[in-house]
Structures are given as C-alpha cells and as structure tokens.
Design a protein around this ligand. Structure first.
Ligand SMILES: Cc1cc2nc3c(=O)[nH]c(=O)nc-3n(C[C@H](O)[C@H](O)[C@H](O)COP(=O)(O)OP(=O)(O)OC[C@H]3O[C@@H](n4cnc5c(N)ncnc54)[C@H](O)[C@@H]3O)c2cc1C
Length: 436
C-alpha cells in the first residue's frame, strides 16, 4: 500500500500550491486527482482576473482579502519567469445610480483598509470614466489600475511541475472513493487500491463538502452549483473598451456579480459569467431547457438546506434572470449593454468556456461568504474556496501550511533553499490565527 506523510485531494490551484509549499520540506507528499491533467476544473475554467480586494469586507473577509493582495506580486513574478500571460488591464466597476455609487464609496474605504494604495484605486464621476473609456455609460465608477488578467490553469500547471521536481507525487486519473480515519492517520480508498497518509488535506473544489461529510464533518451544510457561461466578442467590438468592466451587484446577499466585460489574457474579450443553477459540480453543458421545465428542475436541485431558498423572492428573481441569460444570448448581452450600450447580440457568435462555482449554504438557507476550514485530528478540509480563490492561492496556501507547522504536523527539516517565493515574508503580512 502506498504511504505518504501528506495526501492532498485535488490538483486545482489550491491543492497544487499547498503541495508546492510542503514540497520544500523533507516530507512525502502526494496529490490525487480524478482527472488526467492538473487543474482540469474551476482553476482553468474561470474569468482569469487577478483581483484586488477593494470589494471585500476587511472585517468579514480579512483572510482572503489579505491573501489576494499579497499574492498579486507572487503570481506576477512567477508568470513573468515562466512566460505566462500577465495583462495589466485594470478594472472599472461601474455604478448605474446614486444608490450603487454609495457601494463604490464603501469599496474605496475597504480597498484602502485592505492595503490598496491611493494611486491604485480612485473614484471617478461619469465624465472621468468616459474620458478613460468613451464607450462606458454610467453614473460613476471605481478604477483599480492593479487588476490583471492571467491564465490560472497555466500558472497551476507550471507550479505543479516545480512541486513534482521537489518530490511531490501526482496521482492523476485516480478518483478518491472514500476516506476513513485509521490508527496511522487516514486511509484513502481508490479504485482497486488503498493509500495511507499521516495527514489528509481535502481541496476537492466542488466536491470538497462531499469529501468532508465522509469524515462526519460539516453535516449541517449543503452545496449548490452554478454554471457561469461566457460569450466571446467578435474582433469588430473586442477593443471597444480596454479595461475589465464590472457593475455593482444588485443582490448583495448572493455571491454573484452581473455578467461583466472581460479582457482575457489571450487577447480575447468576453462577457460573462452568468450563474445558472445546475445539478452537479461538472455539468458544463446542457441542463437548461424552457423556463417552466428548469423551474421544476430547480426544485429537484434544491434539497436539504437550499430548499429554503425557494421561499426567498430575491433568490428566485436572480435565478430567473440568470436562466434567461443562459437561454438567450440577447438577455446576457442586454445586461452588459446597461453600461456598454454600443454592443449588440450579433457581435457575440461563439460561446466561451463555462466554469462552475459551488457556494456553500448554511442550515438557515443562507450563502456562506467565508472559506470553511474544517479539521479532524489528522485532516484539514477546505470548503467554499470560491472567487477570488485563484488570486489568493499562493499566500492562503502558505498560511495553511504555517498553521500545520504550528500544530506540529510539519516538523520536518526544510530542504536547501529551492523556494520561488518568500514564505516568512508572506506570513508576516497574513493575519495570524491559531494552529490546528
Ligand atoms: C466561473 C468562475 C469564474 C471565476 N473567476 C475567478 C477570477 O477571475 N479570479 C479568481 O481569483 N478566482 C476566480 N474564480 C474562483 C477560482 O477559480 C476558484 O476559487 C479556484 O479555482 C478553486 O480552486 P480549487 O483548487 O479549490 O478547486 P478546483 O480547481 O475545482 O480543483 C478541485 C480538484 O479536485 C478534484 N477532485 C474532486 N473530487 C475528487 C475525487 N473524488 N477524487 C480525486 N480528485 C477529485 C477535481 O478533479 C479538481 O481538479 C472563478 C471561478 C469560477 C467557477
């Protein structure tokens, strides 16, 4: 039977960055993924924005806000050293009325509290926005010059290569079927074989809650899956606006923004993503039919805690809007036309790559905003690791490894300096927290 000190389930950006940090120690590490390649799911199928945390509450979302701020430079140096696209396009988030403008004023304060400098974040009135981007129409905007577009799939793959060179075993094409506590640590049941580890780290993305419940953890929570779809802009309009453009979310209790205008790192411009409820973390196509049919399917999807959302009129309004923009390209385009009026449905002839977000629902039927770190004696489960998870992964993974160190789980000597990033410096900037 294979034995490792650490087994990580999931080779997405989180599992791979954790494996990288652990690979700097004299310890044995494996990363298990059911797919034949690294980062096959959310970590490659996302918007690709390196987010600056101006829109994150500095009290409630302190950890991921700090991780996102710190990781910007870590990803930049790594992308540049590996020739991975790093497009410094900036973001304008627009307000369409005075009420939304108040949210932008709050974002300006939050951005500064989260460590973004004055010169990188500024409030603009409609005239100043139009001067910067003449095709944007809005009441006002907040401009963040440090936002970037990159390719997180490529970053994760390159980091995986370093982790592997340092000794990590990647067991790809290997689906974890079950996990069990043992005297030694944890036993992982694979198709036709078993593996043992002293410490298990569950980073299974859309399936991480499911994994955690196998160990009796987080049984009060449920997960919902939302497909985010994109449309690619034709060359005739792709350069109409040269920054990312977001709009203030209409329903702040739900973790979705209206579709935005995205400058991709490969030079493409896209609009999206919407947020269509689907049955599973990997339902990348199909499922959406006529509105009455999909509404009856919604009842099938919403079992357990999420069923309470059927009585939440804001949620139902949001979902029907999202469904319409999946059924009809025109509906999606008209949402973006509110702030870029020159675009038309005919300008979008190809779909982009859809991705699936898997937010956690509490027993009260509410969306959980924070990352859930669940622990048992010999395991750590990271659940609800959503946007800006790809941005924050290097610093957040370092933070988790430090907690493992403090808990006595990583007490092996470190290898001679092979680091690409400075572990100690990252930890000085991250918020402090108790060890596991
Ligand atoms: C549409 C969309 C847009 C986004 N945009 C952004 C953005 O612009 N910027 C940003 O910072 N973040 C963004 N995010 C969020 C970001 O992509 C995620 O936070 C991040 O990729 C999560 O990484 P992960 O490693 O936790 O999960 P994943 O990348 O999903 O990795 C989980 C892995 O676990 C594996 N796995 C699952 N179950 C098993 C099993 N039983 N056995 C073996 N392997 C298993 C899966 O195959 C998968 O490879 C976006 C996400 C989506 C979906």
């Amino acid at each position: 039977m294979l034995k490792f000190d650490f087994a990580i389930i999931g080779s997405g950006v989180l599992g791979t960055t954790i494996s990288y940090w652990l690979s700097l120690y004299e310890t044995s590490v494996c990363v298990i993924d059911k797919e034949n390649k690294i980062a096959a799911h959310a970590s490659s199928k996302n918007t690709g924005v390196v987010h600056s945390p101006f829109y994150l509450d500095p009290q409630k979302r302190k950890k991921i806000a700090k991780a996102a701020l710190i990781s910007h430079d870590l990803w930049r140096d790594f992308a540049k050293s590996r020739n991975i696209p790093w497009k410094e396009c900036g973001t304008i988030e627009v307000a369409l009325d005075e009420k939304q403008h108040k949210t932008l004023e709050k974002y300006l304060k939050w951005g500064h509290q989260n460590g973004i400098s004055n010169s990188e974040l500024e409030l603009l009135d409609s005239g100043e926005v139009a001067k910067k981007e003449p095709h944007i129409k809005c009441h006002s905007g907040i401009y963040c010059s440090r936002d970037v577009s990159t390719d997180y799939g490529a970053l994760t793959n390159e980091l995986g290569k370093i982790s592997e060179k340092n000794g990590t075993r990647f067991l790809l094409g290997t689906k974890v079927q079950d996990i069990k506590n043992t005297y030694y640590g944890t036993k992982i049941i694979l198709p036709g074989s078993e593996l043992e580890c002293k410490f298990l780290i569950n980073c299974a993305g859309g399936y991480s809650l499911n994994m955690a419940t196998k160990m009796g953890l987080a049984t009060d929570y449920s997960v919902l899956h939302f497909r985010g779809e994109y449309w690619i802009a034709d060359a005739s309009i792709a350069n109409l606006v040269n920054t990312n453009v977001y709009s203030v979310a209409k329903f702040s209790n739900f973790p979705f923004l209206d579709p935005h205008w995205i400058k991709r790192s490969n030079g493409q411009t896209e609009i999206g993503p919407n947020a269509v409820p689907v049955a599973d973390a990997e339902t990348y196509s199909g499922y959406v039919g006529s509105v009455p049919k999909t509404l009856s399917r919604l009842k099938e999807i919403l079992s357990g805690n999420p069923r309470k959302l059927l009585f939440n009129s804001e949620f139902l309004t949001l979902v029907s809007k999202e469904w319409k923009s999946s059924l009809s390209k025109s509906a999606m385009v008209s949402r973006v036309r509110q702030f870029i009026p020159a675009i038309k449905p005919a300008n979008f002839t190809r779909r982009g790559t859809a991705g699936i977000r898997s937010p956690i629902i509490t027993k009260n039927g509410e969306f959980l905003s924070e990352i859930l770190e669940l622990e048992s004696e010999n395991s750590l489960h990271v659940v609800n690791y959503n946007s800006p998870g790809a941005t924050g992964a290097p610093a957040y993974a370092a933070f988790l490894v430090k907690k493992l160190q403090d808990g006595g789980f990583v007490n092996y000597p470190s290898k001679p300096d092979k680091g690409i990033w400075n572990f100690q410096k990252i930890l000085e900037e991250m918020p402090h927290q108790n060890s596991y």
